[in-house]
Structure formats: structure tokens, C-alpha cells
Design a protein around this ligand. Structure first.
Ligand SMILES: Cc1cc2nc3c(=O)[nH]c(=O)nc-3n(C[C@H](O)[C@H](O)[C@H](O)COP(=O)(O)OP(=O)(O)OC[C@H]3O[C@@H](n4cnc5c(N)ncnc54)[C@H](O)[C@@H]3O)c2cc1C
Length: 331
């Protein structure tokens, strides 16, 4: 197999980027051929999904691989659940829509951009639901050993926007399939306030819930096709209880949420208080309605984005002594 060379890569942040080598695979044997080629040539391999959570370098000195695999298969079922194995190349939102034929649980995760294969990397989440709740296992190939592996949900060590694939196994795995354990009974998660308000007194169906989630997302988040962005740019920081108490004494209106290992703060609120909501730094800025969303107004470079990230982090730190961590990964 011969890869294409110097191919432009696209991402929702619209950063200019070129892959030195580029290939697509339609089967696991094609994927293995690419890995063999890369090993022979001594070239690094980087999987790319929809490019909605990456900070692309101008020149990616690697073989960038994208998947065309998109099969869905029921592998097991009981009275209460159905286990559905989904190829990593499937579009996430299309799978969420399709999942209604098999079971329930993913409705609140509708309209998140990207692929199924990337979803476990940061344990995608929205409106009270995380991927982790609905994953039975993840399958893929480990690049360092070229072994096929299956990671149970527990092995994945899912946490808030985090998993083993962002830590110990960072950059060492290509996820080829995700097995979902869907519920055959519809029990909507309406814990997110706007969904609770929307549903008050109404008959909630899987379809209406999904549509409500899509409507909320469309009203709140800029569409990357119109204004380049990567969704929420910073993770909501989790701080220890004593620090949260001190912060709340000083800023009683500060929103806080219970979280594993401490108290979760709203990164958007911190950024807004630090004066960055709607503020620009050259070609980039923090969105005027969503302070958490970093936007590229056109023609920005990775350096422009990094300068803004540093500035926002510094200002939030100086005001609150809270560190902000970006969600998108350098690629
Ligand atoms: C408008 C907008 C809204 C968003 N809203 C949310 C939200 O509500 N919740 C949320 O959690 N996220 C959100 N995101 C972030 C993003 O959609 C998710 O993180 C998504 O899972 C990324 O998928 P992708 O295919 O685009 O991954 P990419 O951006 O292509 O890749 C992300 C990382 O995963 C790696 N990767 C990709 N595919 C694979 C694979 N098959 N195997 C191994 N590694 C792989 C890449 O190497 C890279 O490090 C949003 C983004 C945007 C632009």
C-alpha cells in the first residue's frame, strides 16, 4: 500500500495542517497493512476521526489514518439490554439516531460532532449523561505491540472527559469498535435543568428527547461550519472541597457541582469573570455567548490559539488560583 503525501487535514477549528502521509481503511486487514507499512518505513501512526477535538500542528509528520468502517451488529441481548457493536468509523450523531432501533441511553449525547471511535477517548458527555454509562467494551489495536485488545468499561478507567486512552495508552491505540450496552426500556435522564423544564408535564419519547437536546445545542453552541470552534475548549476544573468553600465565600454566586474527588467549577463562569467572554485576541477569541467556546474568526494559526489559551489560563489563575486544562489534544 502506498499512502498519499502532503494531504491537507480538516478540523472544526479550521487550523491549516498537512499530513506527511495519509491513508484510509475499509477493513481491519487494510488497517494492518497500513501499520505494517508505517513500521517498515519507521513512520509514526496517528488516528484522526472527525477533527472536532484536535489542535492540528501545521505539519503532521506521521501517517494519518481515517476509518471508512461503519458496521453495526447486535451481539447479545437479554430482556433488559441489547449489546451492539459499532465500528469506530461511524459518525457519532448518525449512530445516536440509529441506536433508537436497538435500545436507549444515548439520546442526551445527540449532535456531538465526531466519530464513534473517538468517543471513548475523552468519555464524551453532555446534559447529565456520559458515554461510560453505556459502554460494555472497547476494541482496538495497540500500536506498540500490534496486538488486538478488548478493554472492558472498567479497564477504560473512564472519568470526567478522561480515559486510559488519554493517559497510559495515549497515542498507542486505534479504536476500531465500541460495544454499547443499551437499555431496552426508555428511562430518560432529565437531570439537566433545561431538559427538566422542557419535559415538565410533557410525554417524553426517545425521539422528542433527542430533538430537544439538538434544539438546546443549536441554540447554545456556534456551528463550526459557520464559526470554527472545538466546542467547550476547557474542562470544568475539579477542586478540593476546602478550596471550593474558600472560593464560594469570596464569590457566593459562583456555580459549583458535586463531582468525583471534589467539587466541579464552571470553567465558562471563571472565564467570563476573568473578562474573556466575547473578547478577541487577534484572529481568535472566546465566544460572545459561550465563554467556554474558543473560536477562530478566520485565518488563525496554532500559535494564535496557543497564545489565547495561555492568556485565558493566566487570567483565570491570577483571579481564582484555579488551573484550566484544555479539552482538545495536540495532534
Ligand atoms: C461544536 C462542538 C461541540 C462539542 N460538544 C461536545 C460535548 O457536548 N461533549 C463532549 O464530550 N465533547 C464535545 N465536543 C468535542 C468532540 O466532539 C468529541 O471529543 C468527539 O468525540 C471527537 O471526535 P472526533 O472523531 O472528531 O475526534 P478527533 O478530533 O478526530 O480526535 C480526537 C482525539 O482522538 C483520537 N482519535 C480519533 N479517532 C480515534 C480512534 N479511532 N482510535 C484512537 N484514537 C482516536 C485522535 O488521535 C485525537 O487525539 C464538541 C466539539 C465541537 C466542535
Amino acid at each position: 500500500m502506498t499512502p498519499q503525501q502532503n494531504i491537507s487535514l480538516t478540523s472544526t477549528l479550521a487550523l491549516p495542517a498537512t499530513a506527511r502521509y495519509y491513508g484510509r481503511y475499509q477493513s481491519t486487514s487494510e488497517l494492518l497493512s497500513w501499520l505494517g507499512w508505517a513500521q517498515q518505513q519507521g513512520v509514526a501512526v496517528r488516528p484522526l476521526g472527525g477533527g472536532s477535538n484536535v489542535l492540528l500542528a501545521p505539519e503532521v509528520d506521521a501517517l494519518v489514518l481515517q476509518s471508512d468502517m461503519c458496521q453495526v451488529q447486535v451481539v447479545h441481548e437479554t430482556e433488559c439490554h441489547r449489546w451492539v457493536l459499532v465500528d469506530g468509523g461511524c459518525d457519532w450523531h448518525s449512530w445516536v439516531v440509529d441506536s433508537a432501533h436497538y435500545g436507549h441511553g444515548l439520546e442526551n449525547l445527540a449532535l456531538i460532532p465526531g466519530t464513534v471511535g473517538a468517543a471513548p477517548i475523552q468519555n464524551i458527555g453532555a446534559y447529565g449523561v456520559e458515554l461510560a454509562e453505556w459502554v460494555a467494551w472497547v476494541e482496538g489495536v495497540q500500536l506498540s505491540t500490534r496486538q488486538w485488545q478488548r478493554w472492558s468499561a472498567q479497564d477504560c478507567r473512564f472519568a470526567y472527559r478522561d480515559s486510559i486512552f488519554k493517559r497510559e495508552l495515549r497515542g498507542d491505540v486505534i479504536i476500531t469498535r465500541v460495544c454499547f450496552r443499551l437499555s431496552r426500556r426508555f428511562e430518560p435522564n432529565l437531570s439537566y435543568q433545561p431538559l427538566a423544564e422542557w419535559s415538565a408535564g410533557a410525554q417524553v419519547t426517545p425521539h422528542s428527547l433527542r430533538e430537544a437536546v439538538c434544539a438546546i445545542r443549536r441554540s447554545k453552541l456556534p456551528d463550526p461550519a459557520e464559526l470554527a470552534n472545538a466546542g467547550s475548549f476547557f474542562k470544568n476544573p475539579v477542586v478540593a472541597q476546602p478550596q471550593a468553600q474558600l472560593l464560594q465565600q469570596r464569590w457566593p454566586q459562583m456555580p459549583t457541582y458535586p463531582a468525583q474527588g471534589g467539587v466541579k467549577l464552571a470553567a465558562g463562569w471563571l472565564i467570563e469573570q476573568a473578562g474573556w467572554k466575547g473578547r478577541r485576541l487577534g484572529k481568535v477569541g472566546m465566544h460572545r455567548q459561550q465563554a467556554l467556546v474558543l473560536v477562530n474568526y478566520g485565518g488563525a494559526s496554532l500559535g494564535d490559539i496557543e497564545a489565547l489559551v495561555r492568556q485565558v489560563q493566566t487570567d483565570v489563575w491570577q483571579r481564582f488560583k484555579v488551573a484550566l486544562e484544555p479539552e482538545p489534544q495536540r495532534f
